[in-house]
Design a protein around this ligand. Structure first.
Ligand code: AMP
Length: 261
């Protein structure tokens, strides 16, 4: 579980007029990673565990939409209202709305603490836009971690997932239960089942993943950034596997850079 002094990611969740508390600590060589993989594979859980080891912030686009969904109707722009409708159905939000949201938060991409992008990019168009944006700003992406899991494991994980209303921490009824039933270990917020974790939305999300997001695997493989990791096992085991692969990759590139996939 994330440490209590983890930044609250206010600048990401609420937008650039908010300030993170505490401010993310500047790292010498901050990790900048994308976490890829089908919905339910455990990217959010991994992002929290990876944060504890790598200190980069967990930046989830889904969390931004959910945070907006918790606000009063009249505080929402028409674009965000439309986005929430797509999300409830399990469909992808249109690229233009997602990109506008990312541009507003581009300060988080430049943050000296680094980032763990989760749920973005999700289409080739988003990946191209992100690539140009990072290049223009001289920001280096270290790797794209692609979590892999057979389909029945994914459906089981999604159905049992519970999310904290307040801090967005992710639990699972059997694999990662909270210490006190229905309450978040970190902030004691209420745990709930996301609308889009219901069976009818899960199906739509998996189809959207296959059609729109899976092609990113080849995109990042060709750029030499892909690092495929098995998402089987306990969250801590998967995290250890990820960190070991990232360290091995760092060592390899320091000695002349072999490409992974
Ligand atoms: P997630 O929490 O990443 O599973 O995202 C939840 C929902 O938010 C998705 O099913 C989409 O409706 C929407 N969403 C989040 N990120 C994106 C994105 N990068 N592109 C399009 N839709 C997104």
């Amino acid at each position: 579980m994330a440490s209590p002094d983890q930044p609250d990611r206010a600048a990401w969740l609420q937008g650039p007029s908010a300030q993170c508390n505490p401010r993310p600590q500047k790292q010498d060589n901050p990790w900048r990673l994308i976490l890829l993989g089908p919905p339910g594979v455990g990217k959010g859980t991994q992002a929290e565990l990876l944060h504890q080891q790598l200190h980069a912030c967990h930046l989830s686009t889904g969390d931004v939409f959910r945070a907006a969904g918790g606000r009063h109707e009249c505080d929402l722009s028409p674009a965000i209202k439309a986005a929430l409708e797509y999300m409830r159905r399990g469909d992808l939000v249109p690229d233009s709305i997602v990109w506008e949201m990312i541009l507003e938060r581009s300060g988080c991409l430049r943050c000296g603490g680094g980032f763990l992008l989760d749920g973005f990019p999700r289409t080739l168009k988003q990946a191209e836009s992100l690539r140009h944006q990072l290049e223009n700003q001289g920001i280096t992406l270290h790797a794209v971690v692609n979590y892999e899991l057979p389909i029945n494991g994914i459906v089981q994980r999604l159905g049992g997932r519970r999310t904290c209303k307040k801090c967005k921490a992710v639990f699972h009824v059997t694999e990662r239960p909270p210490k006190i039933a229905h309450l978040c270990d970190r902030c004691e917020g209420a745990l709930y089942q996301r609308d889009d974790d219901r069976p009818e939305s899960i199906k739509v999300r998996l189809v959207a993943y296959e059609e729109k997001t899976a092609p990113l695997i080849e995109f990042y493989r060709e750029l030499g950034l892909l690092l495929s990791i098995s998402a089987a096992g306990r969250p801590e085991e998967i995290c250890a596997r990820t960190v070991a692969a990232l360290e091995a990759r760092k060592t390899k590139s320091a000695f002349g850079g072999a490409r992974s996939g």
